[in-house]
Design a protein around this ligand. Structure first.
Ligand SMILES: [Zn+2]
Length: 82
């Protein structure tokens, strides 16, 4: 099983490669035939997705709070008018 070979050494030409490399810089072979979501880019995409989700959630919460605040303001204005 070539997939279990440490990713810091190319399993084909045995030259030192970076763990994040997808292809060997010496022989050009594919070092990670099937990345299973543990690659740097997959993690970066996951962080980006969670960041976007967080921003959207904050915007939704702010607009919801603004709606509640305006409704509460109208109610307080009605109480003050009495
Ligand atoms: Zn190689």
């Amino acid at each position: 099983m070539d997939e279990v070979v440490p990713s810091t050494v190319c399993p084909f030409c045995h030259i030192a490669v970076r763990p994040a490399d997808y292809f060997c810089s010496n022989c050009g072979k594919n070092l990670h035939p099937a990345p299973l979501g543990t690659g740097v880019f997959d993690i970066a995409k996951l962080y980006l997705l969670s960041l976007v989700t967080l921003i959207v959630a904050i915007q939704y919460t702010v607009s919801f709070m603004n709606t509640i605040n305006s409704q509460m303001g109208k109610q307080f204005q009605g109480i003050e008018g009495l």
